[in-house]
Design a binder for this molecule. Structure first.
Ligand code: F6P
Length: 409
């Protein structure tokens, strides 16, 4: 194996640089292989935009294809982000068609036009003499890698990164633990201020259609309700949890809601549609919607009390905190660095043994080979069988599906 390429794709995740370093050092020191870094994922195969200070000239005729040596990856394991840059619009199967000025071309309905350039990408990889392409990514990037392998025979090996933990066949995806820690820290901080002001604080966390971050952070941070994408919630059940606590003189509540959670009669909250057909919609607004639902339920109850000639309790003060990209940025936890480093290095071993179309997963405390296809199987919280859901229920944490009072904490 003379030369390999490394790319990072999709949303960034703490540990990406550790994975780049792990793969690069293993390639150079163990396999005597030259390493080329692709800037901004698969886009490097079509564009020639580099990143200042990253890598050295590879002699391959494009600033988007840089040589990574030991010096280039020195000390990067502790940094968040990715030195190589990443793109969630870098899909060789759907490249945007542009006019000579670079403006995207559109059809009569205004939809951006794309073209399948995956064949060109495969040809370019061959011409560049890349004996393997290490694709560090989540479900989007690894799906592209699998398609490049299956349709064009590109020698790919995947490495599992995602804060969402929505890849299968691996016990860890690096970035997840760091995101959970950030969300759990946020809950610790929210708890004291919520308590001081008798407020209901809703923390909206990332995770897309998977509730792993909400579930883990909710338990670690002592949330009173956890709302998951996998379990549509009944706002009345959440309200019940809050009022039960209130009656017991616990006048504050912490609710963790996944950005992909939805009420039983509602859809997922979308903040923004994206133009690029390969890009995901931007989720957002789940927390704000829950606030309105809680306030609406209070108002209905207050009205009934007034109609009966009574005086209702004060309205709850509900506030929403959207944690957003804070979960993705910054220093990776040691555990994420370890998984990233080991899986990065092992991906190069897999490449050296010709084990393409695979992913370097994390299994039983070490890196292991799994087929990419297995990694891309669904991996979501099962509200009935996931052990941590049971743990949470045992503690009285509401998942928004029980209207009766839970035991208090
Ligand atoms: O997949 C990782 C993730 O952070 C999701 O949790 C989130 O929905 C999405 O990416 C946000 O992506 P972007 O930064 O492109 O808006």
């Amino acid at each position: 194996m003379k030369r390999i390429g490394i790319l990072t794709g999709g949303g960034d995740s703490p540990g990406l640089n550790a994975a780049i370093r792990g793969a690069t050092l293993a390639a150079i020191r163990k396999h005597g292989t030259e390493v080329i870094g692709l800037i901004d994922g698969f886009n490097a195969l079509f564009e020639d935009t580099g990143r200042p200070g990253v890598g050295t000239d590879s002699g391959l005729g494009s600033p988007a294809l840089v040589r990574l040596g030991e010096a280039e990856v020195q000390d990067i394991h502790a940094f968040g982000g990715t030195i190589l840059g990443t793109a969630n619009k870098g899909d060789p199967f759907q490249m945007i068609l542009r006019d000579e000025k670079g403006k995207p071309l559109r059809d009569a309905d205004g939809k951006v036009l794309t073209r399948d350039r995956s064949g060109e990408a495969a040809q370019r990889i061959k011409e560049l003499g890349l004996d393997a392409l290490i694709c560090i990514g989540g479900d989007g990037t690894l799906s592209l890698a699998r398609s490049m392998f299956e349709r064009h025979g590109v020698p790919v090996v995947g490495v599992p990164k995602t804060i969402d933990f929505d890849l299968a066949a691996t016990e860890a995806t690096f970035g997840f633990k760091t995101a959970v820690q950030v969300a759990s820290d946020a809950l610790d901080r929210l708890r004291t201020t919520a308590d001081s002001h008798d407020r209901v604080l809703i923390l909206e966390v990332m995770g897309r259609y998977a509730g792993w971050i909400a579930l883990h952070a909710g338990i670690a941070g002592g949330a009173h309700a956890i709302l998951l994408p996998e379990k549509p919630y009944d706002p009345k059940a959440v309200w019940k949890r809050i009022t039960t606590r209130f009656r017991r003189q616990r006048k504050f509540s912490l609710v963790v809601i996944s950005e992909g959670a939805r009420p039983i009669d509602g859809a997922i909250a979308v903040a923004e549609l994206r133009e690029h057909p390969a890009a995901h919609v931007v989720l957002g607004g789940a927390g704000t919607r829950l606030r309105a639902e809680i306030e609406g339920l209070y108002a209905a109850e207050a009205e009934a009390v007034i109609a009966a000639g009574g005086y209702p309790p004060d309205a709850p003060e509900v506030r929403v905190v959207v944690l957003g990209h804070i979960q993705r940025g910054g220093t990776p936890l040691a555990e994420d660095r370890i998984v990233a480093t080991a899986c990065g290095a092992f991906a190069v071993d897999l490449a050296a043994s010709g084990r393409f179309g695979t992913m370097a997963a994390w299994v039983a405390d070490g890196p292991a080979e799994v087929p990419l296809e297995a990694a891309l199987a669904p991996h979501f919280v099962d509200p009935e069988t996931t052990p941590l859901v049971r743990t949470a229920r045992a503690l009285g944490i509401s998942f928004g599906d029980q209207r009766e009072a839970d035991d208090d904490q």
